[in-house]
Design a binder for this molecule. Sequence first.
Ligand code: KIV
Ligand code: ZN
Length: 514
Amino acid sequence: MTISKMEILKKENMNISDKIYIFDTTLRDGEQTPGVALTVDEKIQIARKLNNLGVDKIEVGFPASSQGEIESARKIRDMGLDSTLVGLARSLPSDIDAVLDAGLEYVHTFIGTSPLHRDYKLKMSKEKIIETAVNSVEYAKDHGLTVEFSAEDGTRTERDFLFETFNAVVDAGADFLDVPDTVGILTPNFTQELITDIKSNFDTPISVHFHNDFGLATANTLTAIECGANQAHVTVNGLGERTGNCSLEELVMTLKSAYGIDLGLDTTRLYSLSNLVGRLTGVKMPVNKPIVGDNAFAHESGIHVHGILNNASTYEPISPEMVGHSRRIVLGKHTGANALKSKLKDYHIDLNEEQFCKVFDEIKALGDSGKCVTDDDLVAIAITELSSARETPIVLKGLGLSSGNGVSPTATVRLEVEGVEKETASIGVGPVDAALNAIRDLLKDDIDMELEEYNLEAITGGTDALAEVFVVTSDSQGNKSTGRSTNQDIVMASILAVLDSINKLLLIKNSNFS
Ligand code: KIV
Ligand code: ZN
């Protein structure tokens, strides 16, 4: 990590503010993600986690938009959180009244300032825009609110008009000036020029609210901070209108790891917050989402895993523990021997040289055939290898079947279990089901087996076709294993496949491979 180098950069070459406020708008702009609607209870859960993470401000909603928004804002206020709670309001007294009605003390009020917003949305002259903005800021101040003013579509607003508006609302008492990049058109260079210009013209703290239409929201927000912006609007998982807003976790971790700026947040809570928001909004993160995606700390290539096992920093910029995530070694076509050895060790599976080579080859072959090799697959493959070298504890000794019209299919099964023969008969919906019920009954003291998957295929033609059965079974401890058998008799193939799988499950259970 290059923290010390960046510390020098921070002090000497940048204009980074001593205090950077994190203004989280997951519950407002994040909820404007198409298809997302949160219940009051869900908003409460997210607000609690944001507060525990330590964000400075939480925009809890847009109270004027519905009675439910007022109710949820009130309930969040009643939680007595440390974070400052913010309500959104258009530049209208009635919207500001709704914020007051919700019991909030901080309003984020906005009006469109760009030519597009003035001419096509608001149909207001420049003068009218300024008058409306000023009136609402004065109204909010008169009612004791802290006021953050946003010039909506500010990045597409003529610079002189943006400054004229900002000057007017500052005179009216605005406490924070926010620069929204409403349709995400900024680039880092443009951001640098814009924020430097604003900072050299205004003493009021500057906030930025950047959208991610070109994937630059985090980079632009970071640039704004480098140029002295005092506050960043962010959302968990980068949620928000269209392609979303600057992502909370990306911004906070970049500031922390690359710049050495510790905002005082408990970053170990980021991953669980991301998961909660993903679950409650139904917006799942892509696996390659920085910081919180499934692959953020996953490694497959042999070269990388070798490095990681010696020193994780070789292929990780930060440790997964810093954000409450975990490292994952994934098996596949790029897997190296070191990764496989480490995985087998995790599962306490001890293979000799020959067995190891066979398992290694099988994993590579599966990877080459386009399959993703899960940990369950690895255990099943390794156990198959081990079990071929051991005596199987359960052997089929006999099978009798009877079925017909108007009677339940019945199977009589005789098994040898650890050298002792046992026999029982059971009924079922068909002969395979009846035989499986008999097996379950005979083994009830040894294993609580569930049939997870059953695949039957005829591998030759005709009525004497060979049937191949592939099964996946599991036990009550969550162990899984596969079984396979080929026989001319479908019932026989099924039972032998299931017994094959059960024998492996018992091996896993007795060897503690989990
Ligand atoms: O993106 C935007 O312009 C907004 C405003 C309400 C500030 O979300
Ligand atoms: Zn927005």
